[in-house]
Design a protein around this ligand. Structure first.
Ligand code: SF4
Length: 367
């Protein structure tokens, strides 16, 4: 029998509901991103939300910087295929307007909302409408008194900021909130989440903030988020990249799939190639990813350059191809050799076999 990693034991926490998406408890870890369009541009924002939904976004956050934006936000919420979180800073009136206009949750930083009564008004509004709140602490905007007390951003300061922010919510018996304690410094961020996880039973939204561009940010986020997930910490996540938000969703899903926490779509195993390769693995994978990006059902595909490791990977794949001699390659299904084809046909053959396999799986489900 194939070796399997022991399942990750999730940290116990209470559950909140963002639209139709459950966060915390034993709910699947959801993947989020944030639009980077102008919220006044309803069509552009909805287009991006739909694109994010297509690649697997469970939730999308939209910044609502003005009262005018809170008005266009209404149509965005009405037409969105996923629950929308309103991201609010500084002005509690915008939070209240966005909540009334269809937000499925509010993300606020109580520290910059100002006077206690303003946070209380937001809390009351969210409670009346049944909306959860994410209390988002960021190392870059810690309160001055905490910086003075601790000298610089540190896990204790981050945790104190989070718990202090939630005090007002607790005072009003408002328990539908989640925390995030984000920092761009990896170790600080991870240590802050670890420290907070032992002090609250609220769900935790994970993310390494301002992680950088596509490559650097993916590496940083993957290390930090998986480090926490492996400990059972984390109930929803956003990979923060200075890149197209679609990449954030793709990376988020890759993290969850790699850790066997969720499954979605075609999983491609591919060798890095070397002088032995009999097929153009790099370009086959690139084309195949594009051809099968619409498939949401789970399937494992292996694209291997030669017979050194090809047959071994084929054993663990639903569909596999392995480079052979004289511009040919071998096709496998469920580890069993199906035959030899010309390398020039490999992408068409792989796509067709993948789609057939998915159809068969669906037929079996229906039966
Ligand atoms: Fe090289 Fe073959 Fe290994 Fe691919 S499977 S890296 S081509 S030896």
């Amino acid at each position: 029998m194939e070796w399997q990693a022991p399942p990750i034991k999730r940290r116990k926490c209470r559950q909140i509901k963002v639209g139709n998406v459950l966060i915390g408890g034993d709910a699947p870890i959801s993947v989020q991103s944030m639009t980077d369009t102008d919220t006044l541009d309803v069509d552009g924002t909805l287009k991006q939300i739909n694109d994010l939904y297509e690649v697997g976004a469970d939730i999308v956050r939209v910044s609502v910087p003005t009262l005018d934006a809170a008005k266009t936000f209404k149509e965005i919420c009405q037409k969105s295929p996923v629950p929308i979180v309103a991201d609010i800073h500084f002005d509690h009136r915008i939070a209240i307007e966005a909540a009334k206009n269809g937000a499925s949750a509010l993300r606020i930083n109580p520290g910059n909302i100002g006077a206690k009564h303003k946070v209380e008004e937001v809390c009351k509004c969210a409670k009346d409408l049944g909306l959860p709140i994410r209390v988002g602490v960021n190392a870059g905007s810690l309160d001055k008194d905490l910086l003075k007390k601790y000298g610089s951003p540190c896990p204790d300061a981050m945790v104190e900021a989070a718990l202090r922010s939630a005090e007002i919510l607790d005072e009003h018996n408002f328990i539908d909130y989640a925390f995030s304690v984000k920092a761009s410094e990896l170790n600080l961020c991870v240590a802050s989440y670890e420290a907070l996880a032992s002090k609250t039973d609220a769900p935790l939204h994970l993310g390494i903030t301002e992680a950088g561009g596509l490559q650097g940010g993916t590496v940083l986020s993957s290390i930090g988020i998986s480090w926490l997930l492996k400990q059972g910490i984390g109930d929803t996540l956003r990979v923060s990249l200075a890149a197209n938000p679609i990449e954030e969703i793709k990376v988020g899903w890759s993290i969850l799939k790699s850790m066997h926490l969720r499954t979605r779509g075609i999983d491609i195993v591919a060798c890095p190639t070397c002088a032995r390769h009999g097929i153009d693995v790099v370009n086959i994978v690139k084309s195949l990813e594009d051809r099968v990006k619409d498939i949401k059902d789970e399937l494992k595909v292996a694209v291997m350059g030669c017979i050194v490791n090809g047959p071994g990977e084929a054993l663990r794949a639903d569909v596999a191809v392995c480079g052979g001699n004289n511009n040919s390659c071998l096709i496998y299904e469920d580890g069993v050799l199906q035959g030899k084809i010309e390398a020039t046909n490999v992408i068409d053959v792989l796509e067709s076999r993948i789609r057939n396999k998915i159809e068969k799986k669906l037929d079996n489900k229906i039966l």
